[in-house]
Ligand binder design. Structure first.
Ligand code: NOJ
Length: 489
């Protein structure tokens, strides 16, 4: 095929080639490479971790079995008017009893890692005190089953199902008693699973459950706290994270790795000029200062404290030291660009741009489609906080996911979403952004919190009447990506 290269383009290609990023066309052809491979590095890094993710309350069911205590989500989902389809997690995916079958679903994807969460009220039904003797049995069975099938377990300790007892007794995350209880629970669990589980996430999406659950009253426990109390609850959560890191280091086998799984306030430059990129870096630091920032810097930024003013959290230097304990990795849950940022002449030098209502979104309205977010957010996070190991602890989308007459689900929109996001992630890793793994949310459709079972995020379709799991077309797509460790061509 005759291609007309301009001189400028040829010069550019030669320059890229010098950096080892691309081969000029002729050289590529001489080496027998397919044309598509010329400009984009061919694959994710070697040893890239591919996995899927779920959480306890969203899939387990069995809420009254084997001594489990109630959680704030049991209470909340049983409160009239809170869940869109009036459902709850009582039964969910019956994963507590069907975990063997579900491990086979994971295996079929070829993905060698799985992120699940441990329900605190199964282990300490009362939040603290005497552990339930049967509390960890289920997770031990699950972990053993995963390992027997060649799947590496990644455990999350807190995915929102706080023991109701702690909410009643201590006011949940409004009190640092809960932070201490979380540290104790973390140490207890780590001592018992770290012979087999090498990677532990502490707290999942503090940014979501605090705002939604303690600020706006939308999630459990349904509180609308004033700013000062909300900031204090935030502080108690990051303190809980720090105490958990300490407790895990003290109790776990050597080599156990720990870090948070946070829904970073994901900022994207309006478009990629050096000014907007610099502005986006500043915005990322400030907009994450109350959670990820303090965990990674061990201090609140001046901007955060100034903005909070009299509502700023009360804290001690000792607490900041605990909160800032070194993590082994940082998990980032990345779905949608949250803020598009532009440089500004006015202080603080950056501005959040308004979202046009016509911005495209997926089947969940909040899920704006901006694949470049999974390129920029980890890249900027790694730069501003000097992180050397990032996992994308969640990414994925809901889709209509209709089971057709032929028994299939053609979730082409999910495939399109994943293809575009993964291409941007591959772009990031090829530039050396230290993303070491990716967990797709979710393995299977499940209880999507306030949306109940109406929003389906799974690679496998679940019929919640019969509990039949059906692979969607996206399982084949994902299996292919994992097998080749690459996206496209
Ligand atoms: C993040 C949460 O961690 C998970 O529980 C939820 O289902 C997904 N986002 C999708 O909304």
């Amino acid at each position: 095929m005759a291609l007309n290269f301009s001189r400028r383009l040829l010069a550019k290609l030669a320059g890229l080639s010098a950096l080892g990023l691309a081969m000029p066309a002729a050289a590529a052809e001489r080496k027998g490479k397919p044309a598509q491979d010329r400009f984009v590095p061919a694959a994710f890094p070697k040893a890239f971790v591919w996995g899927t993710a779920t959480s306890s309350y969203q899939i387990e069911g069995a809420v009254n079995e084997d001594g489990r205590g109630p959680s704030i989500w049991d209470t909340f989902s049983h409160t009239a008017g809170k869940i869109a389809d009036h459902s709850n997690g009582d039964r969910a995916n019956e994963h507590y009893h069907r975990y063997r079958e579900d491990v086979q679903l994971i295996k079929r994807l070829g993905a060698r890692a799985y992120r699940f969460s441990i329900a605190w009220p199964r282990v300490f039904p009362d939040g603290t005190g005497t552990p339930n003797p049967k509390g960890l049995d289920f997770y031990n069975r699950l972990i053993d089953q995963l390992l027997a099938n060649g799947i590496e377990p990644y455990a999350t300790l807190y995915h929102w199902d706080l023991p109701q007892a702690l909410e009643d007794r201590a006011g949940g995350w409004r009190s640092s008693d809960t932070s201490k209880a979380f540290g104790d629970y973390a140490g207890h669990v780590a001592a018992r699973i770290s012979d087999r589980v090498k990677n532990i996430f502490t707290i999942n999406e503090a940014g979501r459950f605090l705002n939604f659950g303690y600020g706006w009253g939308i999630d459990a426990p349904g509180l609308k706290l004033p700013a000062a109390e909300l900031n204090q609850a935030r502080h108690n959560v990051v303190l809980g994270h720090g105490l958990a890191v300490q407790a895990i280091r003290a109790a776990a086998r050597k080599g156990t790795r720990v870090g948070p799984a946070e829904n970073i306030a994901a900022c994207v430059p309006a478009f990629a000029t050096p000014e907007h990129i610099r502005a986006t870096e500043m915005a990322t630091r400030e907009l994450n200062a109350g959670l990820l920032g303090v965990m990674l810097e061990g201090k609140y930024t001046d901007g955060f404290l100034e903005y909070a003013g009299k509502d700023a959290p009360k804290f001690t230097a000792e607490e900041l030291k605990i909160i800032g304990a070194k993590n082994d990795f940082v998990g980032l849950n990345i779905y949608a660009p949250q803020f598009y940022i532009a440089a500004s002449d006015k202080k603080p030098g950056w501005a959040v741009l308004p979202f046009p209502s016509s911005f495209p979104h997926m089947n969940s309205e909040w899920l704006h489609i901006g694949p470049e977010v999974i390129y920029w957010a980890p890249k900027i996070a790694a730069k501003i906080w000097n992180i050397d190991t990032i996992y994308i602890s969640e990414n994925g989308t809901s889709s209509e996911d209709k089971l057709r007459d032929d028994g299939k689900v053609y979730d082409l929109d999910r495939i399109s979403f994943l293809r575009n996001y993964l291409a941007q992630l591959q772009r990031a890793t090829s530039e050396g952004v230290p993303v070491k793994g990716y967990f797709l949310w979710s393995l299977m459709d499940n209880f999507e919190w306030i949306f109940g079972y109406e929003k389906r995020f799974g690679l496998y379709h679940v019929d919640f009447q019969t509990q039949v799991r059906t692979p969607k077309l996206s399982t084949e797509f994902f299996r292919d990506v994992v097998a080749r460790n690459a996206i496209g061509p």
